[in-house]
Design a protein around this ligand. Structure first.
Ligand SMILES: NC(=O)c1ccc[n+]([C@@H]2O[C@H](COP(=O)([O-])OP(=O)(O)OC[C@H]3O[C@@H](n4cnc5c(N)ncnc54)[C@H](O)[C@@H]3O)[C@@H](O)[C@H]2O)c1
Length: 247
């Protein structure tokens, strides 16, 4: 099957700020989108707002059995997902000494395990179709050690990058690209509510472009990575941080 005939995407964390922007971008590019999130109310509202082409699905990506069941249903009702955006994520700003066992497990389970479960579900079909795109939403924290982000979050995002490299190598010869995005400080509750005013002020002083990132700017990178323009890019983690970190 060709790219144009398939046009089915799945976005996790779709009801969140970045998820909504990404979903809208993919819909604008002609995709049907399965919207996955835990938050049924926001998910339904988003699906209503988008209308045609949006299919809400309440699912905990950290639950391997539920993921397997949901993916079987999707396959039956909609077919193979050719674009997978692993965007669901949770943040903790606690550093190591303050990180409880269950907090560590929960953050790794959602950010890393959830990403893995969904990749494992959809990658074989993409390989069989000889076309697919996986985009994993990592974070600048994986490179900096977490300026404000905590230990579990930072470790989960670093592991997502390694998972991206591993899958990219495995999938490349099948026409499937696997990339990541490492954003920093998008205008979302993670920044507007989970940071103090003092942290926000200090960060703005350090970001050369002098502002926080718009969700649409990250969504545009997803759209590029999905498009035929980026077919030779795989195993890459694209920075989007306003110059806060240059390498
Ligand atoms: N906001 C930032 O500045 C920033 C920076 C770097 C990376 N990121 C990453 O971007 C992604 C999106 O972040 P956001 O800022 O839009 O956050 P957000 O909180 O607005 O959205 C995250 C969404 O994920 C959903 N979710 C949480 N746990 C889930 C689970 N177990 N199963 C399914 N859905 C679940 C939430 O309900 C929420 O709708 C995350 O992976 C985050 O780590 C964000």
């Amino acid at each position: 099957m060709t790219h144009d005939k398939q046009k089915l995407a799945l976005v996790t964390g779709a009801a969140g700020v970045l998820g909504r922007a990404t979903t809208s971008g993919l819909i604008a590019d002609g995709y049907r989108v399965i919207l996955v999130d835990l938050d049924s109310k926001r998910l339904e509202a988003l699906a209503r707002q988008i209308g045609t082409g949006a299919y809400p699905l309440v699912l905990d990506v950290a639950d391997p059995q539920k993921v397997a069941e949901a993916c079987a249903t999707i396959r039956q009702e909609h077919g193979q997902v050719s674009v997978l955006v692993n965007n669901a994520g949770i943040l903790s700003n606690n550093k190591a000494a303050e990180t409880a066992d269950d907090e560590w497990r929960h953050i790794l389970a959602v950010n890393l395990d959830g990403t893995f479960y969904l990749c494992r579900e959809w990658l074989p079909g993409m390989q069989a179709d000889r076309w697919g795109r996986i985009i994993n939403v990592c974070s600048l924290a994986m490179k900096t050690g977490g300026i404000t982000a905590g230990t579990a979050y930072t470790a989960s995002k670093g592991a997502m990058a390694s998972l991206t490299f591993s899958l990219a190598r495995e999938a490349a010869s099948f026409g499937v690209t696997v990339n990541g995005i490492a954003p920093a400080y998008i205008k979302t509750p993670m920044v507007t509510e989970q940071l103090t005013e003092e942290q926000r002020r200090q960060l703005l002083d350090q970001i050369p472009v002098g502002r926080f990132c718009e969700a649409e700017e990250v969504a545009n990178v997803v759209r590029f990575l999905v498009s035929p323009l980026s077919g030779f890019i795989t195993g890459e983690i694209i920075d989007i941080n306003g110059g806060l970190h240059m390498d």
